[in-house]
Design a protein around this ligand. Sequence first.
Ligand code: ARG
Ligand code: ASP
Length: 714
Amino acid sequence: MIRNSILIASLFLGTAFSFAQQYGGMWIPTEINEKEMKDLGMKISAKQIFDTNKPSIKDAVVQFNGGCTAEIISAKGLLLTNHHCGYGQIQAHSTVEKDYLSNGFWAKNMNEELPNPGVTVDFIVDIKEVTKEILAGTEGLKEAESKELIKKNSDAYIKSFNTESYQKIIVKPMYYGNKYYAFVVETFKDIRLVGAPPQSIGKFGSDTDNWVWPRHTGDFSMFRIYADKNNKPADYSKDNIPYTPKYFLPVSIIDKKENDFTFVYGFPGRTTEYLPSIAIEKIMTETDPARIEVRDVALKTLDEKMRTDAATRIQYASKYASVANYWKKWIGEVEGLKKSNAVDKKRAYEYQLSSKNPALKTTLSEMTQLYSEQSPFALNNAYYGEVIRNAETLSLANRFLNYMGAVENNKLDEKSLASFKSFLQGFYKDYNGELDAKVTAKLLALYAQKTPNRFLPSDFKESFSNVDKNISTIENWSKNSFITGRNNLGNYNITKDTETIFSDKKMLVEALAKDPFVLLMTQLRDAYVKNTDSQFVSLQLKIDELQKKYMAQLMETDKDRKFFPDANSTLRVTYGKVKGSNPRDAVEYNYQTHVAGIMEKYIPGDYEFDVPKKLINLYNAKDFGIYKDKTGDVPVAFTATNHTTGGNSGSPALDAYGNLVGLNFDRQWEGTMSDINYDPKLCRNIMVDTKYILFIIDKFADSKWLINEMKIVK
Ligand code: ARG
Ligand code: ASP
């Protein structure tokens, strides 16, 4: 007891996080810091986390539909992930009569579970380091030749396996290509929706509370994996049976305490923790602000309309949320990079290491030179990318341009045509051409104002710098263009008669060649490709080559530091402690929120902060069952120092014994720079408390049958 508290005190106070996780850490499960995890309180072994011979925790952790993480919590393949990860499926099953987004959905038994064609979950069966095999023969080769050989070696390595139809081998570079790892993956395809709370629980606080602590979102939904009669992956069939997992996670409803050990197991998407100071400076002062600026304009324009028109609000809700998500993240990221003195700290670190290893100094000065050279191209790349992404009509025109290119080059296959047509059907359902004409007009003006002439099509600056003029031009184009669906092509409308219009390729391509948006997009794209893209990319290739060298030099010079590879959507373990924070002067955040806080935020009828009647009743009656904690209320969410990123959503948060204690879904705003510069003082991951999840399933959804499947740890 005493020994432990001394250890904790020295870790978190005195020596200011002088443990490996001071830089964060997303560890490959076969290479975790078992000793440090145990020092911090872990009671299980590394083998229990990842074992290829015996069932281990990894057998309960899956990548959900390519982007999120999910975990198995029963012997019948019951799967837990975030509400925002299952959102598309919940939405797809919803109609006006059966509005599962608004009212929630709860299957009463397995027969009522809903299939989701196309949804997959991936298990990682094995991980092997294959650096030798992949880099064989590459020494001394030029970058381009080396790349080619690496590709050849990977293909040969992958081919050497006898895989089943449901298995695949993925080879991934780590440490910027200094190492390579192979992953054996098994994919299940019959994944059924089991339950989801209403949005007023699963998305409570919506965009206002997104990335924010204190948080009160019950961001969870439930699915089930189905398998064939032999428990193997199979396409959907009504004869499939619930999957019997090799392992599933016990669910703990024991109270949490500050400093409790936790680890998060999942599929973090992308981080860049080893960038040189110059790169961070460019992100902080140039590219992030450019991206934020474009989205500011898009979001304000959408918001004006969404506030006054309920139909638009529903139609654009999901799109708005997705644009706002990274907009808000980048704002937090810039703030956090400033606040954590990221650039100065990196510079000091580089200086210190360069004195030990002069070769590092050379690499860094070459990188500084390249980043400076790339800077104007990178800025244009950021503006161009964001303008096209957020001006929907332009990105639509861009897709039609791709289609025309494929037709002209005879490269249009059936599969990509079908996927383009199905994209269009989805697109037009949630597209408001009149509203987007405004967004497009404003973004074109911003692009004209912010971009040096040398990157623009000729006369573009003169023609498009004025917002009011753009609005009338673009509105006029939009009304008369058939790609917006506001005008017909002959007797047909692209939004309804897609098949007919695509059946006459020649006519379609001729009409597209005259469309004003397609014409403008052609000019913009040609200018971008000619003036920016080739320079941007060729400089980036040189930067990548140096980044690989820099990474290797860092690792050989800073011998005391334990390095982990940047996130790349592969399975990782991160660990830390349940912790509040002190992000600003005089501001102290507690590590835990409660249902009382939901009631404090409650705004009746509000689209973000409404609360379901039944939850209010349960709260008023204090009908909390076994799910209240020592305060007498049910805990809703909590924070810890685990280093997480996008893709970790839905990841299990586990306690010292490997029991599920929370469901990861977000980070605290002041620490969103953790993707570039993890700072243990400011960075916190946010998890839904398992007590709240079980409380909602049991008391709110009356779905005891699901609780009965689980192994509850009390
Ligand atoms: N910020 C979280 C993540 O990056 C949650 C996003 C979903 N919620 C939302 N309001 N957009 O994915
Ligand atoms: N919300 C993120 C996700 O969906 C997690 C994060 O960025 O912290 O993966």
